[in-house]
Ligand binder design. Structure first.
Ligand SMILES: [Mg+2]
Length: 246
């Protein structure tokens, strides 16, 4: 991004996007290749046949999902965390080998138009996802969304989603060669889970909820006080642009 559009010189806007249930269709029948990669890595590293399906996973980072799978099978945190990096590596490698046949990627209706609209208006866009980095980028590439995003922060970078928002902003600043306090930033995180909205609060940015994933009504997100909630991307574009002031 070379410059900001007219009228935006006094602020810079960064919008970070979750992947599953936010940009891409999620749900029980999606992400089968992703889930299988995690399950395979768990079986290789800890010798346990565990399923992602058996634990809460929406809104959590992949290492926390792996931890929860193993805790259910009686492993202790001391047995889990020293081997987590190996599991992350193996899951990423397995996904890369198998994703072309095992992963169904469906871009949610209206997403591309919204991303184009934001990009055209000079908004900085980044991914913030609990997916392991290899897996998250592969999905985004396959969905042909990669050109919209300057950078990303992933579950393999940190277990805390709020930290990922801070990391994504830091990476944007680095890429642009900007110092933190040069121009005020307006930062938003978009996601489909309560955990996304809590992460926005953690990072002290504005949370934008979308009802395209695991939460289907606004009340499911209200305890984290999102700045606003969009029902879907087909109807949400004008409200989003108006709220962002662009
Ligand atoms: Mg999600």
């Amino acid at each position: 991004m070379s410059s900001l559009p007219d009228g935006c010189e006094s602020k810079r806007i960064l919008v970070t996007f979750d992947i599953d249930g936010t940009l891409l269709k999620g749900g029980e029948n999606a992400n089968t290749g992703h889930k299988r990669s995690i399950e395979w890595a768990v079986s290789q590293v800890w010798g346990i046949e565990a399923t992602v399906q058996g634990v809460k996973h929406a809104g959590l980072t992949d290492p926390i999902i792996i931890q929860n799978m193993l805790l259910l099978h009686g492993k202790t945190e001391q047995e889990i965390w020293p081997k987590m990096n190996l599991a992350i590596q193996l899951a990423g490698e397995y996904f890369e080998k198998t994703y072309s046949t095992s992963e169904t990627v469906v871009v949610l209706p209206g997403v591309k138009r919204v991303l184009e609209s934001l990009q055209r208006r000079g908004v900085y866009l980044a991914i913030v996802s609990g997916n392991l980095e290899t897996i998250g980028w592969k999905k985004i590439e396959r969905a042909e969304l990669k050109p919209y995003f300057m950078t990303g922060a992933f579950g393999s970078d940190h277990t805390c989603r709020g930290e990922l928002i801070l990391l994504a902003k830091q990476r944007i600043l680095q890429q642009c060669g900007l110092s933190h306090d040069e121009i005020p930033w307006q930062v938003y995180h978009v996601g489909d889970t309560l955990e996304d909205m809590e992460a926005a609060n953690y990072a002290r940015v504005k949370g934008i909820g979308v009802l395209t994933g695991s939460c289907t009504d606004v009340h499911s997100l209200s305890s984290a006080h999102p700045d606003f909630v969009i029902s879907d991307w087909m109807d949400g574009e004008s409200e989003l642009l108006a709220r962002l002031g662009i």
